[in-house]
Design a protein around this ligand. Structure first.
Ligand code: NAD
Length: 497
């Protein structure tokens, strides 16, 4: 009998108020039921908010270094439970174990970074323009933070948001993707075991349209941090704009790798295989376009197809698997539709191009790693995010042309250039419109202590990771202390001799 999992609300593991659950199944084998998880709704969110407000009143007064100590302990617990959590993650969302271990490691790195930030959380002290006056800025917590996350990094992305939110003194209501509720549950277990006061974290499982929507529209939740598709982000933006909420959006990508004629082709080949087919192409930073200089185009394409055909599809828990399943049937069908669209646009499917069925793959959502060649700028396969194991290949003549193609999409998350020419490398760093540019490395590989995020329709100007995310989760208060004993008027009584 599969277990009925619970929400964590009001300091206790509780059933959803309506008593409704949904099934979470293994995408590599849908006969494997991970568990039933709450289909929460607005009433559950309301309860969570009431509790979180109590948690906030207490937590905001806890000194930041002490908040950091709790997060350090969370890092220790994640380290201890790394293998167990990685296995649970692969089981519920499919990516191979090496990647789910990396996903947990990113959570660990983020925990230790947050812990050290507890002793930093800098404000500024600057000279006043008046005598005998002190001028500074300090950071304050904001309130209850609504955290809404996608399926593809079930540990890393929630920790990118939850740890800085907590470190800054906020309480959190966490809604993980309905496809990965188990990993979200394990994360909350670690937070509680580490000594976080229970009202400071609330976990509400369920569908975006129900519980996610209720979080975004709740008047007592002043800040929302969301990672997901650009379409969903746009809906959130409308509500948060109307309600004057602080909103951080991290959304879709259509990332390109550019390979110049002088590049180390073996290096670029390893890079594009990892970039395009890691996480079965379901990464916001996935390499979904490969721009090849005409001098090396045909040779590189042959090398690529040879390697892609050797990639082994299967259950991510098996050591023989290179590429796991897709997250669910709609994602699989969407990928298949895009390949048909590419065919219809006149591109050539040079390998893959169909679902993988039969044998050990019979009960999973598998799509063969696919390379589409002869793609032209402006085709839908070149412009739109597929979020599957499909790589579109284009040919270019000059770096300027490649950068133009790179930039001519609505997204701007990650980018990559392979070259030995330092001039080309710095030209690309300057001219590519993206939040991240890699030189001689694939489009994926973010490190927890650097800012992460995109431009154009990938984001709305905020960054996760590193030091910058702490700006999002804290409010600045400016403080003036006048010890002159008389009225001093700014801009008027200044610069007296
Ligand atoms: P999604 O937009 O379908 O869902 C993301 C989250 O939003 C889920 O928790 C979902 O339940 C919730 N949601 C859905 N509708 C909602 C609504 N109306 N109100 C409130 N919440 C709602 O995305 P997904 O399929 O889980 O993830 C894939 C997408 O995420 C891709 O577009 C990918 O590029 C993007 N992504 C971006 C980044 C980044 O940092 N830029 C990282 C990972 C994934």
């Amino acid at each position: 009998m599969a277990k009925n999992f619970k929400n964590f609300i009001g300091g206790a593991w509780v059933a959803p108020i309506a008593g409704e659950y949904y099934e979470n199944r293994n995408p590599a084998d849908w006969t494997d039921l991970v568990g039933r998880f709450p289909s929460s709704g607005p009433k559950d969110v309301d309860r969570a908010v009431r509790s979180a407000l109590q948690g906030f009143a207490r937590w905001r007064k806890t000194p930041a270094p002490a908040r950091g100590d709790v997060l350090r302990h969370v890092g220790d617990l994640l380290t201890r439970r790394k293998e167990e959590i990685a296995r649970a993650m692969t089981r519920e969302m499919g990516k191979v174990l090496a990647e789910t271990r990396g996903d947990v490691q990113e959570g660990i790195d983020t925990a230790y970074y947050a812990a050290s930030e507890g002793r930093r959380l800098f404000g500024h002290t600057v000279p006043s323009e008046l005598r005998d006056k002190f001028a500074m800025s300090v950071r304050r917590p904001i309130g209850v933070a609504g955290i809404i996350t996608p399926f593809n990094f079930p540990m890393a992305i929630p920790t990118w948001k939850i740890f800085p939110a907590l470190l800054c003194g906020n309480a959190v209501i966490f809604k993980p993707s309905a496809d990965v509720p188990h990993t979200g549950t394990l994360l909350v277990e670690c937070l509680l075991e580490a000594g976080l006061p229970p009202e400071v974290i609330q976990l509400t499982h369920g569908r975006g349209g129900a519980v996610g929507n209720a979080i975004v529209g709740h008047p007592k939740i002043p800040l929302i941090s969301f990672t997901g598709s650009t379409e969903t982000g746009a809906k959130l933006g409308e509500v948060c704009g109307r309600m004057h909420k602080r909103l951080s959006l991290e959304m879709g990508g259509k990332n390109a790798m550019i390979v110049m004629g002088d590049a180390n082709l073996e290096l670029a080949l390893d890079g594009v295989l990892w970039g395009a087919f890691g996480t079965t192409g379901q990464r916001c930073t996935a390499t979904s376009r490969l721009l090849l200089h005409r001098k090396i185009h045909d040779r590189f394409l042959r090398m690529l197809v040879d390697r892609v055909e050797k990639l082994r599809l299967g259950d991510g828990l098996l050591p023989t698997t290179d590429v796991g399943p897709m997250i669910n049937k709609p994602a699989l069908d969407n990928t298949a539709d895009y390949v048909e669209i590419a065919r219809g646009e006149g591109a050539q499917i040079v390998c893959g191009g169909r679902k993988a069925t039969g044998g050990k793959l019979a009960n999973g959502w598998f799509y063969r790693p696919t390379v589409v060649a002869g793609v032209k700028p402006g085709m839908r396969i070149e412009q739109e995010e597929v979020f599957g194991p499909v790589l579109a290949v284009l040919k270019f003549g000059t770096l300027e042309q490649a950068i133009r193609i790179n930039n001519d999409v609505k997204y701007g998350l990650s980018s990559s250039l392979y070259t030995k020419d330092v001039h080309a490398a710095f030209r690309a760093v300057e001219d590519i419109d993206a939040g991240i540019t890699y030189i001689n490395a694939p489009t994926i590989g973010a490190e927890a202590h650097l800012p992460f995020g995109g431009v154009k329709e990938t984001g709305n100007g905020h960054r996760e990771g590193g030091w910058q995310v702490y700006d999002f989760f804290s409010e600045t208060k400016t403080v003036y202390v006048d010890y002159s004993g008389r009225l001093q008027r700014a801009q008027i009584d200044t610069y007296e001799a």
